[in-house]
Design a protein around this ligand. Structure first.
Ligand SMILES: [Zn+2]
Length: 262
């Protein structure tokens, strides 16, 4: 808070007192200072200028991010595709995913853990370097394994699982994770929103179960389409479905300032 006195104003006379005189809501005037301004026909206005406000709402509306909910799924190395489906086998695309070039395959496998199994688990293609299994915490209770929350590809120290296909099985020594929620952005989206690869952003969802996700990892690549990826447990907790939208409200633990800048 600032206390604005007649002395403050007199000192400004030489450079000229702006009209209207802009103050923040919490600023206070002495009665003499008020009289001083009134006597010179200077109006007092709150600093919340319409310009700053519209900048803010513009920025927010530009950062509306679609939601993609991932159910449990498997990424397979080419060798593991052959072990499960037969020599020379190629995955069959069923439908494209939000990320260019990625697809949900027609093929599914069974996950077998120490406590139970889950059938009909979708394979996502194309085949990649190392096999990786992404499940929810809830799935972990069914299977009897409790993988850590990790970003894709960070598989060191993760538990393994057995995959069963129509032509064979694979016992992975490691590779099961609960995927950490993340947002995919193109270079252009990232630049427009002032974030970079590896940043942590805060996303807010509205609706009947309004929640804030305060630590969402940013993945930036020219190959990516804007999409907020969460697993089924997170989606249910927030009452979100694929195609809903969330808003970017801050980054690296800090909310946007009211002026709409980082
Ligand atoms: Zn993703």
């Amino acid at each position: 808070m600032a206390l604005i006195t007649e002395t403050t104003l007199r000192a400004m006379l030489r450079s000229g007192i702006p009209n209207p005189y802009l103050v923040r809501a919490e600023d206070k005037f002495t009665p003499a200072a008020m009289d001083f301004l009134k006597g010179r026909g200077i109006k007092v206005e709150a600093f919340q200028s319409s310009e700053a406000f519209s900048q803010n709402s513009e920025q927010k509306s530009a950062l509306r991010i679609p939601v993609g909910v991932s159910n449990r799924h498997v990424h397979l190395s080419p060798e593991d595709v052959e072990k499960l489906f037969g020599a020379g086998y190629q995955l069959t695309p069923l439908r494209p995913l939000s990320q260019p070039g990625q697809f949900a395959a027609k093929e599914t496998v069974t996950l077998l853990g120490p406590k139970g199994s889950i059938t009909g688990v979708r394979i996502l293609g194309p085949a990649r370097g190392a096999s990786q299994v992404e499940i929810s915490k809830t799935d972990g209770f069914v299977l009897g394994i409790h993988p850590p929350i990790r970003v894709s590809g960070s598989l060191e120290g993760t538990p393994g699982i057995t995959l069963i296909g129509p032509k064979g099985f694979v016992s992975l020594p490691a590779g099961v994770i609960v995927a950490k929620c993340h947002v995919h952005m193109s270079d252009t989206d990232a630049r427009a929103s002032g974030v970079q690869e590896g940043d942590s952003v805060m996303l807010q969802m509205s609706g009947e179960r309004a929640l804030i996700f305060p630590d969402v990892t940013v993945r930036v690549s020219n190959r990516y389409a804007l999409d907020f990826h969460i697993d089924l447990d997170e989606a249910n907790a927030a009452n979100l479905s694929t195609g809903d939208h969330v808003h970017l409200i801050g980054k690296n633990g800090k909310l946007f300032s009211t002026a709409g800048r980082w």
